[in-house]
Design a protein around this ligand. Structure first.
Ligand SMILES: *[C@@H]1O[C@H](CO)[C@@H](O)[C@H](O)[C@H]1NC(C)=O
Ligand SMILES: *[C@@H]1O[C@H](CO)[C@@H](O)[C@H](O)[C@H]1NC(C)=O
Ligand SMILES: *[C@@H]1O[C@H](CO)[C@@H](O)[C@H](O)[C@H]1NC(C)=O
Ligand SMILES: *[C@@H]1O[C@H](CO)[C@@H](O)[C@H](O)[C@H]1NC(C)=O
Ligand SMILES: *[C@@H]1O[C@H](CO)[C@@H](O)[C@H](O)[C@H]1NC(C)=O
Ligand SMILES: *[C@@H]1O[C@H](CO)[C@@H](O)[C@H](O)[C@H]1NC(C)=O
Ligand SMILES: *[C@@H]1O[C@H](CO)[C@@H](O)[C@H](O)[C@H]1NC(C)=O
Length: 500
């Protein structure tokens, strides 16, 4: 492996050298800035019914259609040692994993599954032994089905105690090794995708709002209730950590936010106002309570009684309940004002249409690095410049196309460069995690994967092969200067950062 890496590194150095514009190296980042990559439990582990694990809502979702499932996924449950070697070979400082709640606590609450506990201890130990800092996400959209069945999962406030108790087990068992905890992965996207439009688990929505036919749900109310309960569960968990573990373990607790960047579709006043409104709905929904203790005014005004209220105690609990913010960013949209629109669900409440920039679709992302700069600058200017780890950023490519994924290299080169610009301009961004380390089980479209390493899902051994992007990232991580990719695919320029 290392021989091949070295050889290809040299070839890449030659291929990517040549022009000196846009060159940067890892050494241009501040001391202590970390680079990583990541996976999530359900998309990587497989072993779905092994050693006492019970189904999560994601298993139920995958099994509900005749398509592929995550039953084996990358078989990470059995191949974690091999994967940690690959992670180490690549030169990553840190690695992001998540814990499958129903593997650790099969009933959702109550007894801990010793075999599940052993697996995560082994995985974390293996990372630490190689000098790789684990960043652990507690919840990555895989609620134990038992809790969904019992009381509806996130729509019920009972989830707050159950999530806090699950986190307590994780802090107690893994907290001597793990210093970076993210409570919930992209709560805003889970609330919209799972409870308004209904295309991700647990597939709740109500007519006429869903993009799919849902058998349960209420798109008018549930997205707001779910996000509210997620913020309270996060804050309750952060308080637990601070009261019970922080002194001994000296770690940090954060939460993540899915952040599109958004720019006005036209120069009209209406589109400009709609763009700010969309930022408040999509980003402020999460960040406003965390920083100011309440939802943005525009949301309170439009959503009215359907938006849960924070009691004074809850507001104080949520406000400042994070040590860092995990930013998840992929794409940029135009925002167009919609007039005469009937309010009813989250999407229509925004009174705005999100129009993809350029050729962006669900599985093809244009390279718009100023979008990430926009997000980081917006958070810096409006939310007090909190410490940030970019916990997901990456580009899907067709799983069956060649290992020579120059499109991914181009994206990563541009976006890491935009992080450098942001840091130089005062953003307190402290780390960047590419998504994803290897091809994972994808549920939006299994044919488009994000991996630096190819995984052959037809092979019982699930063989891993590094793609060109793996070699590019590795070269960069070893401190070599990286240049703009030679084939210079179109990189959109900003239509108006100045207007932001
Ligand atoms: C939902 O079900 C109705 C009636 O069965 C059908 O007409 C409609 O096309 C379905 N919509 C979607 C998005 O599947
Ligand atoms: C959603 O909940 C609201 C408030 O309880 C209620 O008025 C509305 O009828 C519900 N919608 C559906 C589709 O059940
Ligand atoms: C969109 O795709 C077309 C056809 O491949 C290409 O000509 C065009 O440059 C692309 N636009 C952007 C903004 O990437
Ligand atoms: C840099 O930060 C300053 C202050 O926040 C801001 O005014 C300026 O627009 C930023 N420039 C870029 C390129 O982000
Ligand atoms: C993925 O590709 C396979 C083989 O080309 C095809 O049969 C399948 O329909 C594709 N799946 C999706 C979700 O597009
Ligand atoms: C994937 O594995 C199958 C079964 O071992 C093999 O036939 C196929 O050639 C492999 N595909 C690739 C792209 O390596
Ligand atoms: C690369 O693309 C940019 C933007 O389209 C263009 O300005 C530049 O001249 C291109 N460079 C080369 C070497 O083609």
């Amino acid at each position: 492996m290392e021989h091949i890496l070295l050889l290809i590194t040299i070839i890449l150095d030659l291929a990517l050298a040549g022009r000196c514009s846009n060159g940067y190296s890892k050494n241009d980042f501040p001391e202590g800035f970390i680079f990583g990559s990541g996976i999530s439990a359900f998309q990587w582990e497989g072993a779905f019914d092994e050693d006492g694990r019970t189904p999560s809502i994601w298993d139920t979702f995958a099994h509900s259609s005749s398509g592929p499932t995550g039953d084996i996924a990358c078989d990470g449950y059995h191949k974690y040692k091999e994967d940690v070697r690959l992670i180490n070979d690549m030169g990553l400082d840190a690695f992001r994993i998540s814990i499958s709640w129903s593997r650790l606590i099969p009933s959702g609450r109550g007894p801990v599954n010793q075999k599940g506990l052993r697996f995560y201890k082994n995985l974390i130990d293996e990372l630490i032994r190689h000098g790789i800092e684990p960043h652990v996400t507690l919840y990555h959209n895989d609620l134990p089905q038992a809790l969904e069945d019992e009381y509806g999962g996130w729509i019920d406030r009972k989830i707050i105690d159950d999530f806090t108790a699950f986190s307590d087990v994780c802090f107690r068992e893994f907290g001597n090794a793990v210093k970076f905890w993210s409570t919930i992965n992209e709560p805003n996207m889970l609330a919209i995708g799972g409870y308004d439009v209904g295309f991700i688990p647990p597939r709740h929505c109500s007519s006429p709002f869903g993009l799919v036919n849902c058998s349960r749900g209420n798109s008018s109310t549930e997205p707001y209730i779910v996000l509210h309960n997620m913020l309270l569960a996060h804050a309750s968990t952060a308080r637990l950590y601070n009261q019970k573990y922080k002194d001994k373990q000296n770690g940090y607790v954060g939460i993540t936010c899915f952040a599109y960047w958004m720019v006005p579709f036209s120069s009209s006043k209406e589109d400009e106002i709609a763009t700010q409104r969309a930022k408040d709905f999509y980003i402020g929904w999460v960040l406003h309570p965390l920083v100011f203790g309440d939802y943005p005014d525009v949301m309170k005004k439009i959503v009215g009684k359907r938006l849960p209220k924070f009691s004074e105690e809850e507001s104080n609990l949520v406000k400042d309940s994070f040590d860092f913010l995990g930013v998840i960013h992929y794409v940029t949209f135009y925002v167009k004002h919609l007039s005469n629109f009937q309010h009813g669900d989250f999407t229509s409440d925004t009174n705005a249409a999100l129009i993809p920039f350029g050729n962006t679709t669900l599985v093809l992302f244009d390279v718009i690095p100023w979008g990430l700069e926009g997000v980081l600058k917006y958070i810096k200017q409006n939310y007090g410049n909190p410490p940030i780890y970019i916990l997901e950023n990456g580009r899907p490519t067709n799983h069956h196309s060649s290992l020579n994924d120059m499109g991914r290299v181009e994206y990563l080169h541009a976006y890491i460069g935009s992080v450098l610009n942001s840091v130089r301009n005062g953003s307190d961004t402290r780390g960047y995690f590419q998504w994803s380390f290897m091809d994972l089980f994808e549920f939006i479209n299994v044919n488009y994967t994000y991996g630096l390493c190819f995984v052959n899902f037809s092979d019982p051994e699930r063989e891993r092969s590094p793609k060109t992007s793996a070699l590019w990232y590795s070269t960069f991580l070893k401190g070599k200067t990286t240049k703009e990719p030679k084939n210079n695919l179109s990189v959109s320029s900003s239509p108006g950062l100045s207007s932001q």
